[in-house]
Design a protein. Sequence first.
Length: 431
Amino acid sequence: MPTPSRPTAPGFANAGFERVSVVGLGYVGLPTAAVMANRGLNVIGVDANPKAVERINRGEAHIVEPDLDILVRSATTSGNLRAVSKPEPANAFIVAVPTPFKDNHEPDLAFVESAARSIAPVLAKGNLVVLESTSPVGTTERMAGWLAELRPDLSFPGHGATMDVHIAYSPERVLPGRVLIELVDNDRVIGGLTPACGQRAKELYSLFVQGTCFLTTARTAELVKLAENAYRDLNIAFANELSLVCEKVDVNVWEAIELANRHPRVKILQPGPGVGGHCIAVDPWFIVDSARDVTPLIQAARGVNDGKPHHVAQLVADAAQNNALGQNKPVVACLGLAYKADIDDFRESPSVDVIAHLDAKLFAKILVVEPHADRLPDALAKIPGIALSNIDSALAAADIVVLLTDHAPFRELDRARLAGKAVIDTRGIWR
Ligand code: SAJ
């Protein structure tokens, strides 16, 4: 993790950013605010959720991410980080709000628009606004348009001959579980609405980023971010498709991939129960939305990955029907709810999807084990016969064990405890 530095020292070179505001204190915004504050910048974090604001001001992180609590505590104790629910004047605004999609997979920019509306009244000549949220190509231009409409007294890039406010796009690229490391170490792509906007944003990020900052246009930077996540989605889809092929031809997919990866130019990813999280399962649709007729590959990958939870649910149903105990309905233990290992994020989780697709009538009980949950998500709580359990009770009762998320305690499980049970290991950790 980055070494927390002490608060603003006299003569600290802040490139004219006396005060920086981060709008949206979620999985990206809070770590960014905390890292900048620990580098000596004066940071105001803005979040619409009053509970989050309160907790941050108490020096606590409201999300789980390694070492984030320590960094937030040190940032608030030094006085360099303060959370508020309404924007205040600052020299720079970093917008890090969610960009989900609507039911038809169309991007939903409501949070970006409302962030723009909330900062508009406090904007001043000389300010910088950077959008970090993953966004469809053209969103930064739209944000400039919203701001120009709301502040006719200021000039914005693309709106008027002069430029009072610089605007840029710089996507976050951090991996949950490694956010504090990647925030500092990763290279950064910065797209200005004009070259001067990009340059000003680079001056801000250079205050805490140790990777290289690459300058480009806002539209290119927006597409780069989408391309990165679509690329990963496609590669996971290939692994998932291969796992279906392997089932049909009776080959162990994990062994086949391991051996194929001994080729110097092959690096196949790992199959699993599907693709989850708020990024990889969402962002490819932003490309599709802009260019539907030329993206059959990206759409097919989404289909393969979204189809995987149904397939796993079918494997569990088959195991229930083949259950050697005969007359009695089997007990199934489902291990893991998070969308990937060792985090507490259940958003778009394929593990949750698999359980939601189980046919409850086939089972005496569905026991769910998730070390990071103290209650079942709403989507699952209504299933008849379902209960949250601990690993010992679940394994003692289970006839069928389904490994969905490869959390550390499951990886370390003594395999002897699975003897005599039907095991469906969607992540290949027990082979
Ligand atoms: N997964 C597999 N097989 C693999 C790798 C991942 O099934 O071999 C699954 C995971 O279990 C999970 C999903 O894919 O369900 C996504 O996990 P991930 O670790 O690939 O990615 P995220 O969503 O946690 O973070 C991604 C990262 N993007 C890339 O690696 C290109 C991260 O750098 C981005 O900042 C983040 O999306 C984001 O916020 O956009």
